[in-house]
Design a protein around this ligand. Structure first.
Ligand code: FAD
Ligand code: SF4
Length: 461
């Protein structure tokens, strides 16, 4: 087997991109796509596919690319993944399919499966072909609560099978974290997310916005009108550290900060819900959400942005590409550092931190961070953005007690069917797993749709 180097995608220079919200990575040109597809050696046992949480038939779609058959590639990917242009951009491929690629270690680096998937997804979004309609209609009504990737996938599969689907969304826009969390510079909203949602609408899916299920409409009312319900309400409730000073002005959760910027366009002059951006900003946490908040603060004019993380770089949970892009854009990593107190009278004036070292592995298998005695110091910041995780919002489960939850507030479901303890109420995505990934949420929506469609067929035949 010949060693060939992995082709790099086109990325905008950091000094230019840090001044705007346009997309950072521009993906492959046709020539680069073809060259990269040729690197795939079509392994018989397809280890890459075993690394994909939804089992996309990777060598098969890449073979289509080699044959200039983009329509064929779309068909193959869409059997398992409804949103390839989104997954191609945000999936942690380096820990999934690309981690298993036979080329990874000695043959020039893994095939850039994610970027090839993105190429195919973008082609499908822009091919101007009419969305194929289901061949038959089935009199079976499905309510989908939440329009994140789990809800969108469940809705698409049910609608494709001819079921009558309505999505109920609390916000005034559909997409969940894809629109209010992940910033424009990683996932363009009009070019990608809106187009995907328009395809759903063309398919006949109805979307009711500004509707909080549990408040505006009760679950019992949905049960009266619909045959099946899918709950895809995500995990939007931020966690805080419970340290002194977290109530000061200038302390945000990453979710609030990003929602205000992405969804409410807080960066525009005269925005209804403006957002404060400090000159020196500390982001506490090191996941994708933290990287997004840091890079957003930088783009909005912060001079210094620090990622404050209690472990080392190796343990940072964010995607490697996002960490690299953040560093290129001038974000500073304060590793082995843990906040103990936020300082100030009314507004944030600083953050006291303590230095950490890594001890023995903990239950998660990662080395436990341990405080170094007398190592306290003050980081000079005027804004702190907490990004240490989220949990499901208990609004729905407080209102409708029949659903069972874990101690962490996540919904309990049957793993195969995604059905909750209440018959014909299904759930999936972050509401079940806790904060996870787009592809896992989509996989759960797909699984639930399979059971819902089977029920619909058995009821209506
Ligand atoms: P969500 O996307 O959270 O959608 C839930 C929807 O339900 C929302 O629209 C919400 O408004 C609505 N809703 C909630 N309650 C109600 C109610 N009672 N009634 C009606 N509607 C309701 N994953 C990756 O794979 N790669 C990444 O790079 C990545 N980056 C991320 C960056 C950020 C900033 C964040 C926050 C997350 C990121 N994730 C990433 C995680 C990923 O986005 C989530 O795992 C995924 O979106 C979960 O999908 P979901 O469908 O379960 O819920
Ligand atoms: Fe192609 Fe890599 Fe998958 Fe082998 S493991 S089929 S080379 S993508």
């Amino acid at each position: 087997m010949v060693k060939t180097e992995r082709n790099k995608t086109i990325t905008r220079p950091s000094e230019i991109r840090v001044k705007d919200f346009d997309e950072v990575s521009l993906g492959f040109t046709k020539e680069l796509m073809k060259a990269e597809a040729e690197r795939c050696i079509n392994c018989k046992n397809a280890p890459c596919t075993t690394g994909c949480p939804v089992g996309v038939k990777i060598p098969e779609f890449i073979q289509c690319l080699k044959n200039d058959d983009l329509d064929g590639a779309v068909k193959i990917i869409k059997l398992d993944n409804n949103l390839p242009s989104i997954c191609g951009r945000v999936c942690p491929q380096e820990k999934q399919c690309e981690d298993k690629c036979i080329r990874k270690l000695k043959l020039g680096g893994s095939v850039a499966i994610g970027s090839l998937e993105r190429y195919v997804g973008d082609y499908a979004l822009n091919d101007n072909k009419p969305t194929p309609k289901p061949s038959k209609k089935i009199a079976y009504k499905v309510a989908v609560i939440g329009s994140g990737p789990s809800g969108l996938t469940c809705a698409a599969d049910c609608a494709n099978a001819g079921l009558d689907v309505t999505i109920f969304e609390a916000f005034h826009q559909a997409g969940g974290v894809l629109v209010y969390g992940i910033p424009e510079f990683r996932l363009p909203k009009d070019e990608i997310v809106k187009k995907e949602i328009n395809k759903l609408i063309e398919l006949g899916v109805k979307i009711k916005y500004n509707t909080v299920i549990g408040k505006t409409i009760k679950i019992e009312e949905l049960q009266n009108e619909f045959d099946a319900i899918f709950i895809g309400t995500g995990a939007g409730l931020p966690s805080f550290m419970n340290i002194p000073g977290e109530n000061l002005n200038g302390v945000y959760s990453a979710n609030e900060f990003l929602t205000r910027v992405n969804l409410m366009k807080a960066f525009k002059q005269n925005a209804d819900t403006p957002v404060f951006v400090g000159k020196n900003v500390a982001i506490v946490g090191a996941g994708n959400v933290a990287m997004d908040a840091a890079r957003t603060a930088k783009r909005l004019g912060a001079d210094n942005v620090y990622i404050v993380y209690r472990r080392s770089k190796e343990e940072m949970p964010a995607r490697i590409e996002e960490i690299e892009h953040a560093i290129e854009e001038g974000i500073e990593l304060k590793l082995l550092t843990n906040p103990t107190k936020i300082l100030g009278e009314q507004f944030v004036e600083g953050m006291e931190c303590v230095q950490m070292e890594l001890g023995e592995p903990d239950a998660s298998g990662r080395r436990r961070p341990v405080e170094i005695a007398n190592s306290n110091f003050v980081l000079s910041v005027d804004q702190v953005i907490m990004s240490i995780g989220t949990r499901p919002n208990p609004l729905l489960t407080n209102e409708y007690k029949a659903l069972e939850t874990t101690k962490r507030g996540t919904l309990i479901v049957n793993e195969e069917s995604q059905e909750t303890v209440v018959k014909n109420i299904f759930a999936g995505g972050d509401a079940v797993t806790g904060a996870a990934t787009v592809i896992l949420a989509m996989g759960a929506g797909k699984n639930a749709a399979k059971t819902i469609i089977a029920r619909a067929l058995s009821k209506t035949i």
